[in-house]
Ligand binder design. Structure first.
Ligand SMILES: Cc1cc2nc3c(=O)[nH]c(=O)nc-3n(C[C@H](O)[C@H](O)[C@H](O)COP(=O)(O)O)c2cc1C
Length: 194
């Protein structure tokens, strides 16, 4: 666990947190408990409420992540840029039960500001630190987890003033969207319609 030499990350107002995943990027779900930390890929996450900002993410019951989230009471959704596409796929193709995936994938993290959940900045466009909302019935019946966003930040080179700014020069930070079987499409084809 080390911090990057230079970070362009800046806090995002919680009122704007939903915009970080509104467009459906594949995320890295990070978790920690009892001295262990983990990361997995998730294509299925979404905002569900503005105030307070709440999110839903599908975390299969069989994953190590789910175990840590239940024990640690939270997680972070880190939004990888295109440069992390391969690492994202790998994070979703093996289990942290087999060894420390952060080390294996060369992902550096630091504790988030409110819950201490691992947040990734190198190669990521944004992160949201989230407190699990205990829902015993839902947790037993489904793989969907609900949580409240308690802190958020984004790389100011691609998200500032509450808006994404995809453009020439920040392609490596542009978010990735899973097409299946390890293929992603990179965001960036912005169409102005309003
Ligand atoms: C691109 C991609 C997207 C994925 N999306 C999800 C998802 O939304 N929900 C889920 O439960 N698993 C998803 N997975 C599978 C998990 O990431 C995978 O089971 C992972 O190995 C679990 O790791 P863990 O046991 O270390 O927690 C995805 C995998 C990939 C490669």
């Amino acid at each position: 666990m080390t911090s990057p030499a230079r970070s362009f990350f800046a806090p995002v107002e919680l009122a704007h947190a939903s915009r970080l995943i509104n467009h459906g990027p594949t995320v890295l779900v990070t978790s920690a408990h009892g001295g262990r930390a983990n990361v997995m890929a998730a294509a299925w996450s979404m905002p569900v409420e503005f105030t307070p900002p709440r999110v839903a993410v599908v975390i299969d019951k069989s994953t190590f992540t789910r175990e840590l989230v239940a024990a640690g009471g939270g997680f972070a959704l880190c939004v990888p840029g295109a440069a992390l596409a391969r690492a994202t796929f790998q994070a979703g193709s093996c289990s942290g039960r087999e060894g420390d995936k952060f080390v294996r994938l060369g992902l550096r993290w630091r504790p988030g500001p409110v819950l201490g959940m691992p947040v990734l900045e190198d190669g990521c466009a944004a992160w949201l630190e989230c407190r699990l909302i205990p829902e015993p019935h839902t947790e037993q019946a489904y793989d969907t987890c609900f949580a409240e966003v308690v802190a958020a930040a984004a790389d100011a080179r691609i998200f500032s003033g509450g808006r994404w700014a995809f453009g020439e020069g920040n392609e490596d930070l542009q978010t990735i969207h899973h097409l299946g079987a390890g293929r992603f499409v990179r965001a960036g084809g912005v169409i102005e319609a309003g």
